[in-house]
Design a protein around this ligand. Sequence first.
Ligand code: COS
Length: 384
Amino acid sequence: MDTETYQLLRGSVRRFVEERLMPREDQVEADDAVPDDIVAEMRELGLFGLTIPEQYGGLGLNVKEEAGVVFELGRTSLAFRSVIGTTVGIGSQGIVIDGTEKQKREWLPRLASGEAIASFALTEPDAGSDAASISTTATLAGDHYRLNGTKRYITNAPRAGMFTVMARSEVNTRGAAGISAFIVAADTPGIVLGKPDKKMGQRGAVISDVIFDDCRVPADAIIGGVPGRGFKTAMKVLDRGRIHISALACGMADRLLEESVQYAIERRQFGRAIGEFQLIQGMLADSRTELYAAQTMVADVARRYDLGEKVSEEVACTKYFSTEALGRIADRAVQIHGGAGYMNATKVERFYRDVRVLRIYEGTSQIQQIIISRGLLRKAGLGV
Ligand code: COS
């Protein structure tokens, strides 16, 4: 996208966040739902199509541009971003990166317009961090597969129009090589949704189990048309998704810092604003420093991703650092707010709960550490 158009887009997202989303944060928390009129406005703004190539009806943002827009969306309750998150990110990118031309033409325009929401179904009750051990099966029967198994904690499942489903198509092949990624329309018979999960935070973001019970999908629903490549597709999708989450972490860190600075100015103790005390100043400085470091990492890794470099390890460093830093920044924000920070009425109490999952989803901090250290040790010749 040319620079001028991008600046206009980013500016309108920033205004949308400040004028339309921030005033509705309390409503989303109270109702545990993002209002329909907001979702409609997101469609009009083109937010569902941010990362879908222009020839399929999207805005075709590169990763650097996506990170900028996601930063803006991170500055409000994270449930808002969650509405578009899986369509912009992990739900659609399998088709964008590895899909056939026919699959792209069939699905991407509907995803870009927001007509169908994409959801990413990898995790299972017994397969989380160990993603290659999934046991959902896809059994070939003539010109179709039958999917059987349970997917767990699937973001946007209750809203989804399609799922990207990782299933074991090569039943006798253990591990990554036996997995294929399927495009499954959400109205396919044999899909049952669990009850929406109750969560620690991010009220308004919807998550549930997705159960496949002899769900019949055409054989050509495999992303890319070749079985056994689904794990790699999932990993590629997660590389980009983890930059998206890192940018989101920076956006929320920016908001938490803003809330902290504001409170430090307004709140008076011992006869002066608490911001005049050096121990408060120290916390603000630590948060600002960590945010700057995280933003710098996001900018660098996004630029290199866009150049086509292989950056899985740098992505892992960025996701690890930015989400852990966000945890510390949220903790300091509560601390600066004192007793008020522990009360439901303050934003920082809510955001503190909302951000906890960023260190878990799209790969825990410990998985990021494994990716980073494996890369280092393998290059040095150790077979880990
Ligand atoms: N891009 C492309 N291919 C990749 C890749 C990447 N980022 N990461 C791994 N692969 C390939 C490997 O090259 C390997 O291919 P070959 O067998 O042809 O060499 C294959 O995928 C298997 O990789 P690996 O042996 O590293 O798989 P592991 O089972 O050891 O798993 C981790 C690797 C732990 C990194 C992976 O399971 C993971 O990311 N787990 C976390 C899952 C997650 O994020 N879950 C969140 C749910 S989604 S919200």
